[in-house]
Each structure stands twice: as C-alpha cells, then as structure tokens.
Ligand binder design. Structure first.
Ligand code: NAP
Length: 327
C-alpha cells in the first residue's frame, strides 16, 4: 500500500457522523439518542475520568428510576453500555484542541485533536465536557495533594481509617463526602465559609445527627500543615472574628465546587462571563452552526445528573435536526 493510500485510509477512518466530547450523563444520553436515530456517534470519553463526576460519587439517591439509590460508577457504567448497545463508539482519550471553522460554511467538517495525536472529523459536534474540581489555592494544598489532600472521597477515604478528617465546602458534594468519610475517620469536621449551606436539607439534617461529624461555619482554611511529607493539620480562620485555630487533619477533602472544562476549545465557542458555553435560548446550539453543548459545561445553575442527561437528549435532537438538514 502506498503512503498516499495509507493516509487516505486513515483520513476516512477518522471521519464520523457526529462526535461527542465528554462522557458524563449528558454525553452518554446524547450518544444513546443519536445512535438510535441511525447515526454513528463517536464518544471521546476522556482518558482519566471517563464517566464524569458521578464516577467519584458514592450513592446517588435522586436519579429517577432507582428507588433504592444507585452507585455513581454503576450508573455511568450502565449509561456507557446502553450507548454501546445502540452502536456508539467510545475512545478513551482527551481532546486537546479543536478546529470548528468560522461557521460560514454550512455542513463544514469540524475536527478535534486528541492527546494521543488522533484527529477526528465530523460535520456535527456535541460538547459535554462538564467541569473540573475547584482548588482552595492555599499554602500546603499543592504540596500535600495525594499525601492527605484529596478531591475524591470515594477514591481516597479508605486511606484515612481511624484518622482525623476535614471536609471543606457547604454544598451537596461536601455533605455527601463527609457522610461517606465518617465510615473511616475518627472524626469528620466540615469547614464552611458561611453559616448557611447549599446542600439539600435532608443531607444537612442527616449530617447534624451523625455523632462523628462536627461543623466549623463562617470559617476558611488558610493553610495546610504537614509532617513527614503528609498532611497533619489545617489552620482555620473564623471570618467573623478573625480567630485562627489549628485542627488535626490527616485527610483534607476539598469539595468547593467546579469550573467548566472549556480550555481545549481555545476560544472556538462563545462563553458567558463565568466561562460556561453560551447556547441559544432553550436550545443547545452554540455560537457555531453544527456545534452543540450540554450538561455542566453549559449549566451553572441546575448541575444535576438528571438535568445534564435531559440536556444531552436535547443536544442529540438538535444535532440530529442539523445532520438531517445536510442530507
Ligand atoms: P457547589 O454546590 O457549587 O458548592 C460548593 C461549595 O463550596 C459552596 O458551599 C461554596 O460556598 C463553597 N466554596 C466555593 N469556593 C470556595 C472557596 N474558594 N473556599 C471555600 N469554600 C468555597 O458544588 P458541589 O457541592 O460540588 O455541587 C455541584 C453540583 O452537583 C450541585 O448542583 C449539586 O446539587 C450537585 N451534587 C448533587 C449531589 C446529589 O444530589 N447526590 C451530590 C453532589 C453534588 P458558598 O455556599 O458560600 O458559595
């Protein structure tokens, strides 16, 4: 085979009907709908955390259809299998750059380049890359990351058996993590910068009734101290009184929210002031024709697995209409 032929084969091999970037509830739902509509979607699922945020969660109690709850990783595994069953192809790599053109040519091929060097092309793209964990940005956080400081309770909780743990944050993640971590730690102290919590009332009530948990409100972590290369304590400052206290903490779990994952777009799509992808009204149409977006990368308000899945469905229907119009 000549080099020219090989290049041509590779080129054809990498052209798809539609490419879905991301593999959380929005991505897999879009894949299920598009494959059932007769298209052959390629899901670029991510190299490190395919399945998105639910992979790092324990029990999900509020996803409809599971009266006894479902483990986050199991739910994502089922979504992946359901997408594959209808013909979606899944690649475990990260998109590092895109070329979506300038939108002037209806139906033009858009291309995405992956970390391993593969380039894929399709006339329609659905971006469902969700969000990344937010950091505290305090001294000691980077130094003790993976040595006491963690962003994933389900991954690392086990390492802090019979040790003091702190959790920072006041949202659903902080409360879910804290409750899970009471299985391991001698104590779990939840540190929150205000005295009101964002977390659902049922989670807050449950945490307050848990003997292993205590709360430091109106408080922020100023520093993480270590000993022998691992985290040992945190310096907590009360934002009302200015008083500082040192709290023993072998495990420091940071759960202070997320920021949308859009760096790889490098300005290709219009973002809002907070960095989320802008879509046209209730649709999933982005600033470029043929490029759609859904889930936490768009939604700074609802951010639920079920709302992301619903939006993934809408993105698939929008993409389908666009693809149908090219035929
Ligand atoms: P979140 O709702 O944005 O909460 C982040 C928390 O961190 C807030 O309490 C915030 O304080 C605090 N925070 C933010 N930046 C901080 C900083 N620099 N220093 C200290 N504290 C900081 O994020 P999340 O808890 O990860 O939840 C994200 C979404 O996932 C939400 O929609 C949530 O409902 C959903 N979720 C659902 C479940 C479930 O239902 N099972 C589980 C996990 C997550 P303020 O309150 O003062 O802003």
């Amino acid at each position: 085979m000549t080099q020219e032929n090989t290049q041509q084969d590779n080129g054809e091999k990498n052209v798809r009907d539609v490419i879905i970037v991301g593999s959380g509830p929005a991505g897999y739902t879009a894949a299920i709908y598009l494959s059932r509509a007769g298209y052959k979607p390629l899901v670029i699922a991510g190299a490190l955390t395919p399945g998105g945020q639910l992979i790092n969660t324990t029990e999900v109690e509020n996803y409809p259809g599971f009266p006894d709850g479902v483990m986050g990783p199991d739910l994502m595994d089922s979504m992946q299998k359901q997408a594959e069953k209808f013909g979606a192809e899944i690649v475990f790599d990260d998109v590092v750059s895109v070329d979506f053109g300038d939108g002037s040519d209806a139906g033009a091929m858009k291309s995405v380049t992956c970390d391993q060097g593969d380039v894929y092309q399709a006339p329609a793209i659905v971006v469902t890359t969700g969000s990344n964990v937010r950091k505290l940005d305090v001294p000691g956080e980077k130094e003790y990351s993976g040595k006491g400081v963690s962003y994933c309770a389900t991954c690392d909780g086990f390492f802090f058996r019979n040790k003091p743990i702190v959790v920072i944050g006041g949202g659903d993640s902080a409360f879910t993590d804290a409750e899970f971590l009471t299985r391991f730690g001698t104590s779990v102290t939840l540190i929150h910068r205000r005295d009101e919590f964002r977390a659902a009332k049922i989670m807050v009530d449950r945490a307050k009734a848990n003997d292993k948990m205590s709360f430091m409100v109106n408080s922020v972590v100023d520093k993480i101290n270590g000993e022998d290369g691992s985290a040992k304590s945190v310096i907590v400052r009360n934002v009302k009184t200015g008083e500082t206290t040192e709290i023993p903490a072998a495990g420091v779990f940071v759960a202070v929210g997320n920021t949308p994952t859009t760096e790889f777009l490098n300005g290709a799509l219009k973002l809002d002031q907070k960095g989320y992808i802008e879509v046209d009204g209730a649709s999933t149409r982005t600033s470029l024709p043929g490029v759609f977006a859904a889930g936490d990368v768009v939604d700074s308000v609802y951010r639920q697995a079920v709302s992301a899945a619903g939006m993934g469905c809408r993105a698939a229907l929008d993409a389908q209409e666009y693809l149908d119009s090219l035929q």
